[in-house]
Design a protein around this ligand. Structure first.
Ligand code: URA
Ligand code: SF4
Length: 237
């Protein structure tokens, strides 16, 4: 496939996935439809998408959520982290990774010489999956079901398309399996580089979830190895 064909294929995929009908030139999305003269910034597109998520009723998790958790960070970042879904604290604050696992993720990001503001952090599902339907009960998390993931994944795909990071770091097996489409356990997927099917220029590096590091600190050196791989790809020192 030559370059022009790849660009065309990419535009078709973008359009198919999002209804977004245009090309990024700098920060603005230039509409390729001549009838549509307006162009939207990444920020504007993310604000619109976040509003959709706030009002979403595509799966039953909307019934028990306190706040949806869309994601946050730099829309122009080269590095996006994707977790599984909001937990207790995230559900109350409406922000990703702000509980105990989030504290560790913040430390990992700063050990890479970055800050939370310089990367983008989000999850596979945007509402808190509960075992017992009471959002004020602690230690009541569960992984999202296949159906919940299927309902919610278009939001993550659109976020990826808008932000277009260079690397997506999947935190844990839920994000790794969903984005690489590989069924192997996280111990097999971590530290390897995969292509993001929808946009092959984007590479995926799975690693362990920070909550797994809290339970099992002996995994920390492996995660650090994976972060060094990401830093090398991004040209960070
Ligand atoms: N675990 C996740 O997967 N995501 C969060 O936002 C918090 C904890
Ligand atoms: Fe909608 Fe996702 Fe929340 Fe389900 S988890 S209600 S699909 S935003």
């Amino acid at each position: 496939m030559n370059n022009i064909e790849r660009i065309k294929l990419n535009l078709r995929l973008q359009k198919l996935l999002s209804g977004i009908d245009g090309l990024y030139l700098g920060k603005r999305l230039m509409k390729t439809d001549p009838k549509n003269k307006k162009s939207k910034t990444k920020e504007e597109m993310l604000v619109e998408l976040e509003e959709e998520v706030k009002n979403c009723k595509k799966c039953m998790l909307y019934k028990t959520k306190v706040k949806s958790v869309f994601g946050e960070g730099d829309p122009d970042t080269k590095l996006m982290f994707v977790g599984e879904g909001p937990g207790f604290e995230e559900d109350k604050q409406g922000r990703p990774f702000v509980g105990a696992a989030g504290e560790l993720l913040t430390k990992i990001i700063s050990a890479m010489g970055l800050t939370r503001e310089k990367v983008y952090i989000t999850n596979v599902v945007k509402c808190h999956p509960l075992r017992i339907p009471d959002p004020y009960l602690r230690n009541n998390d569960r992984p999202p079901t296949k159906q919940e993931i299927e309902s919610c994944i278009p939001y993550l795909k659109k976020q990826i398309m808008i932000i277009r990071p260079r690397i997506i770091c999947c935190l844990g097996s839920t994000a790794a399996t969903v984005l690489t489409k590989k069924e192997e356990p996280i111990s097999e997927l971590r530290g390897k580089i995969f292509k993001y099917e929808e946009i092959p220029e984007i590479e995926i590096v799975p690693t362990y979830h920070p909550a797994a590091l809290l339970r099992n600190p002996s995994l920390k050196p492996l995660v650090w190895k994976d972060m060094k791989l990401i830093m090398k790809i991004l040209g960070l020192k």
